[in-house]
Write a protein that binds this ligand. Structure first.
Ligand SMILES: [Zn+2]
Length: 262
């Protein structure tokens, strides 16, 4: 088993990230697997170096240490030639085209394929899509020139030979598209996807930004220890009934009866 922890440096860590780390490290541990860290900073506009530093510092403080990807740090922003090469390969077998549609024009999730036959040239303010049989052509590079989350992540998962993708329930709906993209990129085996519950706010929304009682920084400042913060996340996600201190080294104990699909 090879799995990965892939934070985006668009904010500080909150309990939702800690819950994901518990699943990733815990399941890797009971399976005797390898754990890779990957900084998903594909969005050059929203990602900031200070968030990257804060994430790494908080992870070290919590005690979650990866087997690979930390020294040197694997960052998507350093892998531009890899994504370019993958795009060129994809062009050979699929219809890759330029699209200048705004998010506003497209509206919700499904793109109508308007630019498929327009023959636009690449340029500023224009994105790149690939046609998918079922419709809903995937965006590979956005109009700001950033590789998209799906494209960069799928390529990295293939190249890093990730066998298990452990992530929150909110990403389940993208699984089919990602598997399709993998096939289109020529990957042979499909990884196992494990989706875990999310920590929800009282109004039922998922945590998006760290703040107040959910931010790791804030909890540290309030005097909480690392095992206490891990225990809070484990309880919030339903792994234990009520919070108790748990060491990062000990998160595997939470998955004693968990059967990892293969
Ligand atoms: Zn378009």
């Amino acid at each position: 088993m090879r799995t990965r922890y892939a934070p985006s440096p668009t904010g500080h860590l909150h309990l939702g990230h800690v819950a994901n780390a518990i699943y990733v490290w815990g399941l890797a541990c009971i399976a005797g697997g390898r754990m890779l860290l990957r900084m998903e900073d594909h969005d050059r506009i929203r990602c900031r170096p200070e968030y990257e530093a804060s994430i790494l510092e908080d992870l070290a403080w919590l005690g979650f240490e990866p087997d690979e990807g930390l020294r040197p740090l694997i960052r998507q922003s350093d892998r531009d030639p890899i994504y370019r090469h993958a795009l060129e390969q994809l062009r050979l077998t699929h219809h890759v085209y330029v699209c200048d549609c705004s998010r506003k024009r497209i509206g919700a999730e499904h793109y109508d394929g308007l630019c498929r036959t327009r023959g636009l040239a690449e340029g500023p303010g224009r994105g790149i899509r690939v046609q998918i049989d079922s419709g809903a052509d995937l965006l590979l590079r956005d109009r700001d020139g950033n590789w998209t989350y799906h494209f960069a992540g799928v390529i990295d998962d293939i190249r890093q030979e990730i066998t298990h993708i452990i992530r929150g329930e909110d990403l389940r709906s993208s699984t089919e598209r990602q598997l399709r993209l993998r096939q289109m990129l020529g990957a042979s085996a499909a990884p196992v996807y494990i989706h875990h519950p999310l920590i929800l706010k009282q109004n039922g929304e998922k945590l998006s930004k760290s703040a107040g009682d959910t931010g790791v920084r804030e909890l540290r400042r309030a005097g909480r220890t690392a095992p206490e913060v891990i225990g809070l996340a484990a309880a919030a996600v339903g792994l234990i009934e009520s919070p108790r201190p748990i060491d990062a080294d000990g998160v595997a104990e939470l998955f004693g009866s968990f059967r990892i699909p293969s």
